[in-house]
Structures are given as structure tokens and as C-alpha cells.
Design a protein around this ligand. Structure first.
Ligand SMILES: [Ca+2]
Length: 252
């Protein structure tokens, strides 16, 4: 009995080692170090049992406070009549890994980001995000209502985990040609998730339209330009870009 138990243990160790080798081999590691890999894998298992469990996910309440007011941004500030009332579209986004970005400086806008930035509508960006989630590169779709009364705030929830520690969130600045408010913020710190974080929200230009005033006629850009920080004079004060709002993340 003891012999067969030992043999069983050996077989398990061997197969664990083989599995570890296989996994490493897939990552094009040299096969010669397979023995070291096997013992590394076992050492990791042992230390994992001894360590207190680190949180692997977190959920945040996110509150958006607008700062895009006539007092802060007087240049050609859209009139506040019912038709052209300045507002932010609903926020939309997800936590993600490095294989997916809702938006990225220097990268062409996806059709979903372009449409969000020009029309404020979540569809088809929501489909793009859900596709990224299905591929394992996003975690969960987050959405909020639009914000039309700037004496108010709007709040929503965002989930992150170890594999998707950064939250990317966007909302259209409306009216505008293709300008949006956006953040992409890593909520992990020292191997855990921060208790709270306040982030200045800057204006971006999605690159889908060449209009350069709030009420510019549709001027579809072809080819598209890369998404970039919005350098329009509408968002500058003393030559420096000013935040259009604040997002405060508070861990639930
Ligand atoms: Ca543009």
C-alpha cells in the first residue's frame, strides 16, 4: 500500500511538472529548465497556502462631478437653451487588461468610440466592450445615465480584478464634433486595490471628425486621426488644458 501511494504521489508530481513544463513551453521558454520549473511551481503552491489570501477583485462606486461650466470654460460655451443644453452623455466603459483599450492616445478610434464621441450613444461601443469581455480582455460593462443638470452628479459602479486592474470610462462632451471626457485608471496599488481615488477628467478628441467648435457641422475625418488629448482652445486656461470634471472611485 505504501509503495503504491508513493507511486501515486510520484505520478502526481510528474504530471504537475509536465503540466508546468507544457505551460512554460507554450510561452517559448527553453525546455532545458523544466526541472527548475516543476520545483518553482510546487514552491509557489506551498507559499500560496501559507499566505493570507489577497483580494482578487473589487467593486467601486464612481461619482462624476462636472466642471465643464461657463465660468470655467467661457470661450463659446454652448448656450443653455433646451436644444443646446450642455451635457455629458451617459458614461460607458469597463475594466480591462493590456489587450483591450476603450480608447488610447495615438490609436485610431473604433467605430464605437467614434459614435459615442459624436452622438453620445452607447451602441455600438457597448457591443465592442461586450466582445472584449467575451474574449477575456474586459471584465464587466459599466454604464450611467447622462448628466444634464450640472448642479447634480451622476454615479455608477465599476468592477476590477487582478487580471483587469484598469478602468476605462468615456462620456461624450455635448454638443461637440467628437469630443469626449475619458479616463483610464489603474486601481491596483501594492498588489491590492485602492480604497478610493479621485481622478481629474480631461477632454479628448476621438479623431473621427475635424470640427473644431462645439457646433461645427459634421466633418467626418477620412482617414481617421488618432485619438489625442483635446488641445482645442475651448478647454485651455492660460495655455493649459483644464479638467472637465472629477471622477471619484470609492471601494464598496
Ligand atoms: Ca476631432
Amino acid at each position: 500500500m505504501k509503495l503504491s501511494a508513493n507511486l501515486l504521489a510520484l505520478a502526481i508530481v510528474a504530471s504537475l511538472g509536465l503540466a508546468a513544463c507544457q505551460k512554460q513551453a507554450d510561452q517559448t521558454m527553453p525546455a532545458a529548465s523544466s526541472d527548475a520549473m516543476a520545483s518553482d511551481a510546487m514552491a509557489t503552491d506551498a507559499s500560496a497556502n501559507a499566505m493570507p489570501a489577497m483580494p482578487t477583485s473589487a467593486k467601486y462606486t464612481v461619482v462624476f462631478t462636472p466642471r465643464w461650466t461657463k465660468a470655467n470654460f467661457p470661450l463659446e460655451y454652448p448656450d443653455t437653451s433646451f436644444i443646446h443644453k450642455p451635457h455629458f452623455s451617459g458614461w460607458i466603459g469597463t475594466a480591462h487588461n493590456d489587450n483591450y483599450h476603450v480608447f488610447a492616445e495615438g490609436t485610431m478610434p473604433t467605430p464605437g468610440l467614434e459614435h459615442l464621441s459624436e452622438m453620445g450613444e452607447h451602441d455600438p461601443l457597448n457591443t465592442e466592450i461586450n466582445t472584449a469581455i467575451a474574449a477575456g480582455n474586459g471584465l464587466a460593462l459599466s454604464e450611467s445615465d447622462p448628466l444634464k443638470d450640472f448642479s447634480q452628479t451622476v454615479s455608477f459602479e465599476v468592477s476590477v480584478d487582478n487580471a483587469h486592474p484598469s478602468a476605462a470610462l468615456v462620456a461624450m462632451i455635448a454638443p461637440s464634433p467628437d469630443w469626449f471626457a475619458g479616463v483610464d485608471v489603474n486601481l491596483m496599488d501594492n498588489g491590492g486595490f485602492v480604497a478610493s481615488k479621485s481622478v481629474d477628467v480631461m477632454a479628448w478628441d476621438s479623431g473621427g471628425d475635424d470640427g473644431n467648435t462645439y457646433f461645427a457641422d459634421d466633418l467626418d475625418t477620412n482617414p481617421k486621426k488618432p485619438t489625442a488629448p483635446n488641445t482645442s482652445k475651448h478647454f485651455l486656461k492660460d495655455g493649459k488644458a483644464m479638467p472637465v470634471g472629477t471622477l471619484v472611485f470609492t471601494r464598496m
